[in-house]
Design a protein around this ligand. Structure first.
Ligand SMILES: NC(=O)c1ccc[n+]([C@@H]2O[C@H](COP(=O)([O-])OP(=O)(O)OC[C@H]3O[C@@H](n4cnc5c(N)ncnc54)[C@H](O)[C@@H]3O)[C@@H](O)[C@H]2O)c1
Length: 399
């Protein structure tokens, strides 16, 4: 087998407790007029005020937009970019969870290239670089601080939409685990389970023929040597730290592991892509209005069971990373870890109604970008079977 890898990442990535205090000097090298994109909770937070002070002291003009809403409705991104235009920012700084970072990406895109978010749905539709972006995550989960994706919700579509382009990868990411100390246990669990799912889906994604130019044709190229490297490290860190971070939010060592794991998982799935668990979560999330991380994590063990016959080797390497005895232990251990941190075990527990199983299966099968990234093909009948199994909590019918 020829070795093949793709790595796309911020130009500079800082990780570590206290690294947020470097914002002023970093921003001063990049711009003069900084637009901070955040939400109302963070806008009043002492940490955010201290970031604004650093920018002031470094001589930057600052505008704070705290209008980010969960899951980023497209209209909110549009009005935020319109509101910021007269300020003429030359730097956008996203501070917050995945929603704030995705909003910041979208606002930087609209300020640079105009139009509306709908013009850029899909892959490789962003025509060129965007205004420099600094991403400062305050949750440890989405990996948005390093990924080429902004996820939005569009009232005219039942499923969430994505804008995927390497131009949306932030210029600089500052990952300071101290910013996650305030995350309550449930948010820590949901975000961390999202990250672990990213790492597993990236590590078990399909391996494509690495024809020259594949990384220019596709944003998500499938599993490769470099994404594997980040995915396995992420799995090890998250497996070690997630439960402790949920049990004791003040456990700094656990917070560090979970945040480093989520960022590495972002580096992995940002090129490899995700697969069937994410495809099924899109319609499930639309119907149950539950957090993205809850849905993908609930689905992951069912998708892994379906994929297991084709990923014996990967399961063995995940077992090693997680400190388990062998490939057969991985799925039961994941089920148990997720149960201990409060992830629902079935789609029924997540609030899905039984009569919507067919709709979920149909919609998931339609998300071909993600289904084609799954290592084991899933035809519509097999998809229905998988969704029904996840609804009932019965993995035995998937072997
Ligand atoms: N761009 C990507 O690569 C990518 C990947 C996965 C998911 N996503 C998207 O990210 C979004 C989810 O992001 P998320 O899970 O980070 O949640 P979020 O950003 O929606 O935030 C959830 C809540 O947590 C609060 N919060 C954030 N940081 C906090 C902190 N330190 N302490 C206390 N509360 C805090 C927020 O104010 C908000 O109320 C979804 O829209 C999802 O689709 C994006």
């Amino acid at each position: 087998m020829n070795l093949f890898g793709t790595l796309r990442a911020p130009r500079e990535l800082l990780f570590g407790a206290g690294q947020r205090h470097a914002l002023g000097s970093i921003a001063a090298r990049i711009g003069r007029r900084a637009l901070i994109v955040t939400d109302t909770r963070l806008a009043a937070d002492a940490d955010l005020l201290s970031l604004v002070r650093q920018l002031d002291e470094a001589g930057l003009a600052v505008m704070v937009d705290s209008s980010t809403l969960p899951d980023v409705p497209v209209d909110s991104a549009m009005s935020s970019s319109v509101g910021a235009r007269s300020f003429e920012p030359d730097l956008v700084i996203g501070v917050g969870g995945g929603s704030c970072l995705d909003m910041a990406k979208c606002v930087a895109l609209l300020l640079t290239h105009g139009g509306q978010p709908q013009d850029y749905y899909g892959e490789h539709t962003v025509p060129g670089p965007v205004i420099p972006l600094i991403a400062i995550p305050t949750t440890a989960g989405t990996g948005s601080e390093v990924t080429p994706v902004a996820v939005l919700s569009d009232a005219e579509r039942s499923l969430k939409v994505g804008i995927s382009s390497p131009h949306l990868i932030p210029t600089v990411s500052i990952c300071d685990p101290e910013l996650t100390l305030s995350c309550p246990p449930r948010l820590t669990a949901i975000a961390g389970a999202d990250a672990l799912t990213h790492a597993i889906e990236a590590f078990t994604a399909i391996r494509r023929d690495p024809v020259p130019g594949i990384s220019q044709q596709r944003v998500f190229v499938g599993k490769n040597e470099l994404s594997d490297h980040f995915a396995l490290s992420a799995i090890a860190l998250l497996w070690q730290g997630l439960e402790s971070a949920c049990r004791n939010g003040a456990d700094h060592a656990a917070r560090e592991k979970v945040m480093l794991g989520s960022t590495l998982a972002g580096l992995a799935f940002g090129v490899a892509g995700t697969a069937a668990a994410h495809a099924i979560q899109y319609p499930v999330g639309a119907l149950t209005h539950t957090a993205h991380g809850l849905g993908v994590a609930c689905l992951m063990p069912y998708v892994m069971t379906w994929n297991a016959p084709l990923m014996r080797d990967e399961l063995g390497r995940i077992a090693q990373a997680a400190g388990l005895d062998g490939p057969d232990e991985v799925i039961p251990a994941l089920v148990s870890l997720f149960a201990r941190i409060g992830i629902p075990g079935t789609l029924r527990d997540l609030g899905l109604e039984e009569e919507r199983i067919d709709w979920v299966a149909e919609q998931s099968s339609g998300i071909t970008r993600l289904i084609q990234n799954n290592p084991r093909p899933l035809n519509p009948k097999e998809m229905r079977n998988l969704v029904a199994a996840a609804y009932r909590g019965d993995r035995s019918c998937l072997n």
